[in-house]
Design a protein around this ligand. Sequence first.
Ligand SMILES: [Zn+2]
Length: 211
Amino acid sequence: MVLTCVLIGFVALAAIASCRWVLTRVDALGRIAPFPRISVGLSLVAALACAVPLVLHAQLESKLAGAASEVVGAPVQVHCQTIGEAFVDVGAELGYVRWGADGVPEKKTLIKSHVCGDLRAWLRSSKAAPSLDQVVAVHVLTHEAMHMAGITNEAAAECAAMQRDQTTAVLLGASPAEGLALARRYWTEVYPNMPDGYRGECNPGVAIAGG
Ligand SMILES: [Zn+2]
């Protein structure tokens, strides 16, 4: 949001400098002033510098939403928290889906800024040797997808997500073997250390019952 405002500001600056030149380029003696190339050029370069991260952010969200929609089986939205939003955020969770009094989760999720950063790093990597943070980031997307699919119980969402981490990873570009390795690492290295509310009996039958 801040970046969007700064981008608009620089485009406006370039437009104002150009308009001023059009209106005042001929002086009283009929001489034509040179176009303010430097100020307009610098404003446009600054605007472009703001636009690039905005475009990359939107591309990442769209890619994650595409995979999550496949996993959920319905169109869903993924919002990656911006750095500005992270600055005022005090919550410890890695992502969330809201649901109201009717108990039906929304079809949109917020993924925390650093988790989206790990997802971006993983997407750009060979995916052969992900860091544990990257493994967790892929799982967070699957976990929130399970909430968006209608599961509100944390242990059930966690259980169902672990059975779909491979699918999410493959939808995002991993090979089936890389996806399976990632899912196994979450199961063996992260899940045992999750808080009690996130753990419970978990096997394919339980996941189906919970979902
Ligand atoms: Zn959850």
